[in-house]
Design a protein around this ligand. Structure first.
Ligand code: CTP
Length: 410
């Protein structure tokens, strides 16, 4: 797992309770550690019936806390009083999985073990991920206790519907690690520099229909746009992702609008950018579409087939017109995919489309660009500045764009 800038050196308390799902929390502890977080695990007595503290200690490389009455002599906490020391400078307390019993204890302020005392001592946000077997999640007692916690500002990850250890089926399953990390990023990022700002991102190659079963598209995977949307969430923005990509999971916290053609993407972009701080156009919009869409499947014949093409709208040109009228979006960022004369072509696009910033890709490089996780771009500013970035992850390019947007707002 790659490091995640947002989680680098963040202190996360991961508290686990006695649900069979506790074994999945081992993977969460491991992935958070690999992402760069400092993970301090608290285990209840019941959790230790399922998994040993040593397991968590091995994956986090840090002491595991189990006993309210034991002073902490590790030197890793601000004070030897464990529940105070753990809570003192934590960035987030995650209780995952949390049982119906611990939900009830936290809702009513009981504090008789290290987890519940720490939950009262912390000043950081608390995020809970309930996991319990058949019918327990829906029970009115659990629901009312969850309501109390929500009113108090505790963040919650809804459990999923599926098959339980008992064989019953219902709501109460612990989500997978990626979903949990998505919620953790959202909760930590929510008060970031872009809090209160609306960022619209586009992703994927558009699909231009030819007949009911065929379309014209391109090789864009959408990965760069999704990484930008995630970076905007990490920075605390309210994010709308307008996407034609079909096989990527929705980033947690993002409003995802699915579109297919250039026309439908343009309509969505104009609608969602009306009050947006920034638009980042990472989509590979088709420049041409079949001039006529056949209602019926085109049958093969012995003759060659020619397909007349018509121009699609240039979305950024429409956005430029909207900005001239209303001023929104305040900032527009584009990409340029070039196979020759990179800088010259990119500079022309930046000016023509009225952009604040443009990231130019050389699509002939085989270690960067389409379908891979890395990208190599040259950044052009509207004041004539250019800056080449080293080959880096699409996630880092997303974070770079957010830093630049924050800079432009200042
Ligand atoms: N773009 C757009 N609408 C289009 C085509 C592209 O808004 N119909 C946007 C892209 O999302 C990107 C930027 O314009 O941010 C440049 O896209 P690119 O494909 O590199 O350039 P084009 O304008 O399509 O020019 P060409 O294909 O001739 O290089």
């Amino acid at each position: 797992m790659d490091t995640i800038a947002l989680l680098q050196d963040k202190r996360i308390i991961l508290a686990v309770t006695g649900s069979i799902a506790v074994y999945k929390a081992v993977d969460l502890a491991s992935k958070l550690t690999q992402a760069g977080a400092l993970v301090d695990v608290i285990m209840t007595d019941a959790a230790q019936r399922f998994v040993s503290p040593l397991t968590f200690q091995a994956v986090t490389g840090r002491p595991v806390y189990t006993d309210l009455w034991k002073a902490d002599n590790s030197g890793g906490l601000p004070t030897h009083i464990a529940h105070v020391g753990l809570g003192e400078d934590a960035d987030l307390m995650v209780v995952a999985p949390i049982t119906a019993n611990t939900i009830a204890k936290l809702a009513h302020g009981f504090s008789d073990d290290l987890l519940s005392v720490t939950a009262i001592a912390v000043r950081c946000p608390i995020l809970i991920a309930p996991a319990m077997d058949g019918g327990m999640y829906e029970h009115p007692a659990t629901q009312e206790n969850l309501e109390i916690l929500s009113m108090r500002g505790v963040f919650r990850i809804e459990p999923e519907v599926g098959r339980f250890a008992s064989g019953l089926i219902g709501r109460g399953r612990f989500p997978d690690t990626q979903t949990l990390i998505g919620h953790i990023r959202y909760t930590i990022g929510v008060s970031g520099d872009l809090a209160g700002h609306k960022i619209v991102v586009t992703a994927g190659g558009t699909r231009e229909a030819l007949d009911p079963v065929r379309y014209i598209t391109n090789r864009s995977s959408g990965k760069q746009g999704y990484a930008i949307a995630q970076a905007a969430i990490d920075a605390g923005a309210e994010v709308t992702l307008i996407t034609s990509a079909e096989n990527l999971p929705d980033p947690i916290g993002v409003q995802v609008v699915h579109v297919d053609s250039a026309d439908s993407m343009r309509d969505a972009v104009l609608e969602y950018t009306q009050d947006a701080t920034a638009l980042v156009m990472a989509a590979a919009v088709a420049d041409y579409k079949p001039a006529d869409v056949s209602n019926q499947k085109i049958k093969k014949s012995d003759d060659d087939l020619s397909i007349p093409l018509a121009r699609t709208p240039d979305i950024l040109m429409s956005v430029k017109a909207q900005r001239e009228k209303t001023g929104y979006p305040l900032i527009a960022v584009g990409f340029a995919a070039e196979s020759q004369n990179l800088l010259e072509n990119a500079e022309g696009k930046l000016q023509r489309k009225g952009l604040d910033m443009l990231l130019a890709n050389d699509i002939t490089a085989d270690d960067a660009g389409f379908a891979v996780d890395m990208n190599r771009v040259i950044v052009l500013d509207n004041d004539g500045g250019t800056q080449p970035l080293e080959l880096t992850s699409k996630a880092n390019i997303g974070a770079y764009i957010m830093d630049r947007i924050i800079g432009l707002l200042d």
